[in-house]
Design a protein around this ligand. Sequence first.
Ligand SMILES: N[C@@H](CCOP(=O)(O)O)C(=O)O
Length: 339
Amino acid sequence: MNDLWVKHCGISHTGSFKDLGMSVLVSQVNRLRKMGRPVVGVGCASTGDTSAALSAYCASAGIPSMVFLPANRISMAQLVQPIANGAFVLSIDTDFDGCMQLIREVTAELPIYLANSLNSLRLEGQKTAAIEILQQFDWEVPDWVIVPGGNLGNIYAFYKGFQMCKELGLVDRIPRLVCAQAANANPLYLYFKAGWKDFKAIKASTTFASAIQIGDPVSIDRAVYALQNSNGIVEEATEEELMDAMAQADSTGMFICPHTGVALSALFKLRNSGVIKPTDKTVVVSTAHGLKFTQSKTDYHSKDIKDMACRFSNPPVQVNADFGSVMDVLKKYLLSKAH
Ligand SMILES: N[C@@H](CCOP(=O)(O)O)C(=O)O
């Protein structure tokens, strides 16, 4: 492809695109509290990125934050973020969907402001990524934008941003949107394949793309609206596909998260099937920093994943601490590169 771009949304304060929306939401809560509104704090359910953003901005504003996390289902780096920022961290023995259900019940009872993406303030912030893409292309509209999807607020936020630019007359069309899901957590994909008939929430299975391990997305209706109004597509990626895609991208100098691997897998599939053409201007949205997901990368490069060939692994070479041994392995390496 000769016009392929990766939009990095994870090189930000807490390392994910959630910063875009959470800074807007927490600013508004700050204003409400200063106006004397009875908001005792802000809460969210999270697979790790929303909680990191919420706790950082709340700490900065001096607002109590409460995060509901599925126990043992988020990366260590993500878990330590709200802990370090002083949030009240609940590690709950359920999955994300269970946490989401609980926070909705709790916020219906207590004056805790719900910070998940069903709150439109989040989407107002996140839609700026779409505006930024257009601005960076000098208002030339890409043909495709591929976004990983779990709770599904972000695909709608992108639609909203592009649509707003069209309504303002800044552009005359919007890109076709692709939502990419992990095959282990693919309720939107199944719904799309069924011709948008009879949505069924699922029990999401474990996936390396842990931030999108969601079976009952809160923004399902908004996502469908975004896809239907952008002539959009939903694709999925197996665990092997997403890990291979992540490793391939990293080998070019990036350091992406597994969710971006899902989006890249979708790109490969749509390109191979000819849906995306070689000259199509295409943007893959990278949602979080790879440093949050070092364990999965380490497992991959150590070929330590059951039933996965790890085709693009690059394991470190164990070598004796003497000049001859080091020279031997170096020469072998350099010879392999000469061909
Ligand atoms: N991947 C998310 C899940 C919650 O999504 P949200 O956009 O509704 O807050 C996370 O990082 O927690």
